[in-house]
Design a protein. Structure first.
Length: 79
């Protein structure tokens, strides 16, 4: 949660926690990929998949972001 529910501002501890979680996850993915090849293989695969299926990828990203926004609006009581 990166929004402070009491004061409505940004919860910087939550932002740091989220950044640490994402960084640690990417590090673990890179480490696991390095044991059987190059460390950047998952990122090359992801970029190739996103490039080959750009329409589906853009639609999925837009759908995910709109869904996340609507969920946030519902949870904050604005819907």
């Amino acid at each position: 949660m990166i929004r402070d529910p009491i004061f409505g501002g940004v919860d910087w501890d939550g932002v740091r926690q989220l950044a640490f979680m994402i960084g640690s996850s990417l590090f673990l993915v890179s480490f696991a990929a390095a044991t059987s090849g190059d460390w950047y293989d998952p990122y090359v695969w992801f970029w190739g998949f996103a490039s080959e299926h750009s329409t589906v990828f853009i639609f999925g990203t837009m759908f995910f972001l709109i869904s996340l926004h609507m969920w946030h609006q519902f949870e904050s009581g604005r819907l």
